[in-house]
Design a protein around this ligand. Structure first.
Ligand code: PMP
Length: 380
């Protein structure tokens, strides 16, 4: 028997008390019991998103939440801007094009970030952009982008800012109201420490105003209708009942730890992971601000990144993530997202040392662990 460890940037491990909450007999959603749970969840979600606006729950993966944002904000043929420095930013462009929108693409090479200055220039060159779609933590490259800076630029140009916070919410600081983020989308299987299946979409006042005029077709994703009914602690269609019950417990855990502490924990775990990788002479893929959710590491020369991912699985029963698209084989990704502590990081780094040694790389066994432990020991 080899004990299993899940170290991918989603789905992430689920805490035992959340698993237990979800194992209770199914509640019917049109009951006072469910409505009381839903009310608590709605209140705590506002705290998590740092907003006074409604955060809606949808039965979907994160991409469903992204599509819901597009169809509720945009009208046929409208000009939008999609910021892409990785696979998930590219997904915004893909969704917008699928609905026939006039998409201006704002790109940066993989591993880099689009800057607010670059966004400003593009908006000057392409007037009439009504919504800007961006990614906070680009999970495919391990880069965190400056959404606060994007929001300032967007509003100067009278465009809405829509943020994919799928791998950043409950991992990186995100102040929806203070930073003026008009729409924030996330999924359950990341920082929220739940199984996949819930999308969460928060709209601020400008987002709701825009939703009233948006003419793209929709039926399941009618957020204005959803908002009316969710205000009564009900939902339009059958909700993912067990996930909502699990979410209540996950939110209790996160808020008991305190948002500031949750963010500090992720930052500390990320720094320890990076220190460990660098102590082995490995290059980090992120050339801009690294994500606190996931560390993308370049495979050493001559070694296939996919072989490292396979060795994690086969030799150690650990699931990590490889590279996506053209990054496949070139990088591997160690996550530190959600229900993760110091010793998970040490496990992942210890396995890395042994895997590289197995591939014939000269490794000073323990070097990554020493570097990570130093981060942990210096900051209790
Ligand atoms: N955006 C980001 C930043 C992600 O990390 C993911 C999932 N890896 C998604 C969007 C898509 O979410 P889902 O797979 O839940 O549809």
């Amino acid at each position: 028997m080899k004990k299993y460890h899940l170290m991918a940037p989603g789905p992430t491990p689920v805490p035992p008390s959340v698993l237990q909450a979800m194992a209770q007999p199914i509640l019917h959603h049109r009951t006072p019991e469910f409505e009381a749970i839903f009310a608590e969840v709605r209140k705590d979600l506002r705290t998590l998103f740092q907003t006074n606006s409604d955060v809606l729950l949808l039965a979907a993966s994160g991409t469903g939440g992204m599509e819901a944002a597009v169809v509720n904000l945009c009208s046929p043929g409208e000009r939008v801007l999609a910021i892409a420095a990785g696979k998930f930013g590219e997904r915004w462009g893909g969704i917008c094009r699928a609905f026939g929108l006039d998409v201006v693409a704002q790109k940066a090479p993989y591993g880099h970030a689009v800057t607010p200055e670059a966004l400003e220039e593009t908006l000057r060159a392409h007037p009439g952009v009504r919504s800007i779609f961006c990614t906070h933590s680009e999970t495919s490259t391990g880069v965190l982008m400056d959404i606060k800076g994007f929001a300032e630029v967007a509003h100067r140009h009278e465009a809405l800012l829509v943020v994919d916070a799928v791998s950043s919410l409950a991992a990186a600081e995100l102040l929806m109201d203070t930073w003026g983020l008009d729409v924030v989308v996330t999924g359950s299987q990341k920082g929220l420490m739940l199984p996949p299946g819930l999308a969460l979409v928060g709209l601020g006042p400008r987002g709701w105003e825009r939703a009233k005029e948006a003419r793209l077709p929709k039926y399941y994703w009618n957020l204005l209708e959803e908002r009316k009914i969710q205000a009564k602690n009900q939902v339009l269609y059958t909700p993912a009942v067990s996930l909502v019950v699990g979410l209540r417990e996950a939110l209790r855990l996160l808020l008991a730890e305190g948002l500031t502490n949750v963010i500090r924990r992720h930052d500390r775990l990320a720094r320890a992971t990076r220190a460990g990788a660098e102590a082995l002479g490995l290059e980090l893929f992120a050339k801009a601000t690294p994500s606190p959710a996931v560390t993308a590491i370049c495979a050493p020369p001559g070694i296939d990144g996919e072989a490292i991912v396979a060795a994690y699985s086969q030799a150690h029963n650990i699931t990590i993530a490889g590279g996506q698209g053209e990054m496949k084989g070139k990088i591997f990704r160690l996550a530190h997202l959600g229900y993760v502590g110091d010793f998970d990081i040490l496990t992942g780094l210890a396995a890395l040392e042994m895997i590289l040694k197995g591939f014939g790389v000269p490794v000073d066994l323990g070097a990554a662990l020493r570097a990570a432990e130093k981060v942990f020991a210096d900051e209790r």
